[in-house]
Design a protein around this ligand. Structure first.
Ligand SMILES: C[S@@+](CC[C@H](N)C(=O)[O-])C[C@H]1O[C@@H](n2cnc3c(N)ncnc32)[C@H](O)[C@@H]1O
Length: 268
């Protein structure tokens, strides 16, 4: 099951397209060099993938995603931007169409939290990574958020979002698990860390509200919430209003955590 929260394919894709390798993959870039082969798993519409292509050129980068629409969009953009060391395929990270030990590096941003069994994806990424190769994983962790001004409505909406993701087989608190996933898979030199995704400008708080409203307005969440007695329609309306009220405070600020981990596949 794909546990990505379906906040409207177009809205989700719009947010992913704004992502940038130099920001999202900053923790991984020191491990990349010209000529490497690289796999970007769960590449989405490919904005990070095309940035990574520049860091390994003339080495080849491959992006895979289980969603054919995302792969179409990514391939279209790569062609339009004249990126020649980049190819895309529709594939599931738990069943990759690649040889053992094929890549010098494997990377996944925002993927592991969507896998019902995250270790299955890590095992398959490990299989296609050559001995001595480097893995980089990055996922959000929704178990903690800085919110100012704070309110029950904001907290309730985050709890509801997380409940929905869990009901779809996903893991809202995946970020903190990444280090353990790599040590369990036998990686050496495992290093984990985190960064914060902050909303601290008028445009940033508006973006935060837009995201939370897209979640709270999703018809699937509305139906599930009623059927499972998670919350009422009026409470959901109060949550929407809480985000609107929050964003209208001149000092509104929010910060959410993303975690990352790197590791090296043992040789021999
Ligand atoms: C949150 S998006 C991240 C996209 C991109 N990496 C980024 O950071 O902008 C997660 C992507 O993983 C893909 N995905 C989910 N489960 C997958 C699986 N089992 N195998 C391959 N891709 C998967 C989704 O289709 C989606 O495009």
């Amino acid at each position: 099951m794909n546990s990505a929260i379906p906040s409207g394919h177009g809205e989700e894709t719009r947010r992913f397209r704004e992502r940038d390798a130099d920001v999202e993959a900053a923790f991984f870039l020191p491990h990349l060099h010209s000529g490497m082969t690289l796999l970007d798993a769960g590449c989405g519409p490919g904005s990070i993938t095309s940035g990574l292509a520049g860091h390994v050129s003339p080495g080849e980068i491959t992006g895979i995603d289980s969603d054919p629409a995302r792969i179409d969009s990514a391939a279209h953009d790569a062609l339009a931007n004249g990126i020649v060391n980049l190819s895309y395929e529709v594939a599931d990270v738990t069943d990759l169409p690649f040889e053992d030990d094929q890549f010098d590096a494997v990377f996944a941003n925002g993927l592991i939290e969507h896998l019902p069994v995250p270790g299955d994806g890590v095992a398959e990424l490990t299989r296609v990574l050559r001995p001595g190769g480097i893995i980089g994983l990055r996922s959000p962790d929704w178990g903690m958020a800085l919110l100012h001004p704070d309110s029950d409505g904001l907290r309730d909406s985050i709890a509801l979002r997380n409940r929905w993701q869990r009901s779809r087989g996903g893991h809202p608190e995946a970020g903190r698990l990444l280090r353990g996933l790599l040590t369990d898979a036998g990686f050496d030199e495992v290093v984990a860390g985190s960064t914060a995704d902050s909303h601290g400008t008028d445009a940033g708080t508006a973006e935060g509200v837009r995201y939370m409203h897209s979640i709270l307005n999703d018809p699937e969440l509305g139906t599930l919430a009623q059927e499972n007695d998670w919350t009422s329609a009026s409470d959901m309306e109060a949550m929407r209003q809480a985000w609107t009220d929050w964003s209208q405070q001149p000092g509104a600020f929010a910060s959410f955590f993303w975690c990352h981990a790197t590791g090296r596949k043992p040789v021999g």
